[in-house]
Design a protein around this ligand. Structure first.
Ligand code: URA
Length: 208
């Protein structure tokens, strides 16, 4: 599936602030959350709606409502946490899982250390969150773990993606739709996205 890339002047503007190395943790977190909200809007374009009957101050009408119980957000720790509030702004009743993974600095291979998802995950659409889709190794593994639980529909939301990561996920999991706010140039030799924004986790939590 071709990735869906947000193409909007407001997103460009917000990305510039995120990428700028002088942007501090507070602004970085706020803007990462805002971009996540926009990604969520895009990812929910195909959401199914139920019909209910309501009464406006003027008349009765049939109106549409979202089935909020259909979704689970699953951030990949720790940087994915920066996107959760942005999505909860839109679907406050979604359930939340967590997948803990880190990259072996030498091999760049993902290592899973935590996995906790809602009990009824197989009945939900899962929206995986990782602001940086770099090599795609973590994403591929996270998707495989979610699929093992019987989940049929998975979307992957990232703020910045590298072509290498998109290719890896698309080849391994062609049924997963990727959404990103920017598609950057390439990875450098230590696996960072170029031009990117540096280490998202460090920038969110101020750990470097
Ligand atoms: N993870 C990050 O935080 N940044 C990158 O550029 C790549 C992976």
């Amino acid at each position: 599936m071709e990735p869906i890339i947000l193409n909007h002047p407001l997103i460009e503007h917000k990305l510039t602030i995120l990428r700028d190395k002088t942007t501090g943790t507070k602004a970085f977190r706020e803007i990462a959350g805002e971009i996540a909200t926009f990604l969520c809007y895009e990812a929910l374009k195909d959401a199914e709606l139920n019909e209910v009957e309501i009464e406006t101050p003027i008349t009765k009408m049939k109106a549409k409502v979202l089935n909020e119980d259909k979704y689970a957000f699953v951030p990949i720790l720790r940087a994915g946490m920066s996107m959760v509030d942005g999505l909860l702004n839109v679907i406050p009743n979604a359930k939340i899982g967590h997948i803990g993974m880190y990259r072996n600095e030498e091999t760049l291979m993902p290592i899973e250390y935590y996995f906790k998802v809602p009990k009824d995950i197989e009945n939900r659409e899962v929206i995986l969150l990782d602001p940086m889709l770099a090599t795609g190794g973590t994403g591929v593994d996270a998707i495989a773990q979610i699929k093992k639980r019987g989940v049929k529909k998975i979307k992957f939301l990232s703020i910045i993606a590298a072509p290498e990561g998109i290719e890896k996920i698309t080849k391994t999991h062609p049924d997963v739709q990727i959404y990103c706010a920017a598609l950057d140039e390439h990875l450098n030799d230590v696996g960072y996205i170029v031009p990117g924004l540096g280490d998202a986790g460090d920038r969110i939590y101020g750990t470097k």
